[in-house]
Design a protein around this ligand. Structure first.
Ligand SMILES: [Zn+2]
Length: 205
């Protein structure tokens, strides 16, 4: 699954769950306290899922390039339940549209956690020498400009993004190997021949 497909589908799911919870609260089915705790829980879980999806997309890139399995240590984001509860409380106390803010919190947190885990995991992989911007299919002009016509950025350069952006860094992978390249091998062979000639081991007339 691509980064974009995975994240869009997850955003859709968390959005639906969040709206259902809000419906239950607004109709008096659950108390405000339950709503706050449950909402933080739903968003916290989506953060963890987003991170897992993102890291598995990263693993696919690396394994495809290396044609070998690779261990990608996932940088799991904290569930952050207390912080999320605080965010829900703030939304309930605000004058702005509650539903719009709840949806924005749920989807924004999910994407943020995914991007963060992806970036942090990528930075730890020695074979990743840089990245290009994988521009999402609905990319706005800003995202396209940020792609700089496929420029390769350093691994530790944090990809700029806007709210809701599902662009992602596509890693540039170099096989790290101890094997000599052809030129090095040829040089080494010549050096060996010279050494052996000096030692008189060759049958030079
Ligand atoms: Zn974007």
């Amino acid at each position: 699954m691509s980064f974009e497909t995975a994240l869009n589908s997850l955003s859709g799911q968390v959005r639906a769950r969040a709206e259902k919870l809000l419906d239950a609260f607004e109709s008096g089915q659950i108390s405000q306290g339950t709503f706050i705790t449950a909402m933080a829980d739903v968003v916290g879980q989506a953060r963890a899922q987003g991170a897992t999806y993102a890291v598995s997309v990263l693993r696919d890139y690396v394994e495809t390039a290396l044609q070998a399995p690779v261990a990608v240590s996932p940088a799991m984001p904290p569930a952050d339940l207390k912080r999320l509860e605080g965010a829900v409380v703030t939304i309930l106390g605000s004058d702005q549209d509650t539903r719009m803010q709840i949806v924005r919190l749920a989807t924004g947190e999910t994407l943020d956690a995914a991007h963060q885990a992806y970036g942090e995991s990528m930075e730890k992989l020695p074979m990743v020498k840089g990245w290009t911007r994988g521009v999402d299919s609905q990319a706005c002009e800003l995202c396209q400009w940020w792609g700089r016509d496929g420029r390769v950025f350093r691994p530790d350069h944090v990809m700029p993004r806007h709210k809701g952006c599902v662009c992602h860094p596509v890693p540039t992978i170099t096989r790290t190997s101890n094997y000599q390249n052809e030129k090095q091998a040829a040089n080494a062979a010549r050096t060996n021949m010279r050494r052996e000639a000096k030692r008189g081991n060759t049958n030079v007339a």
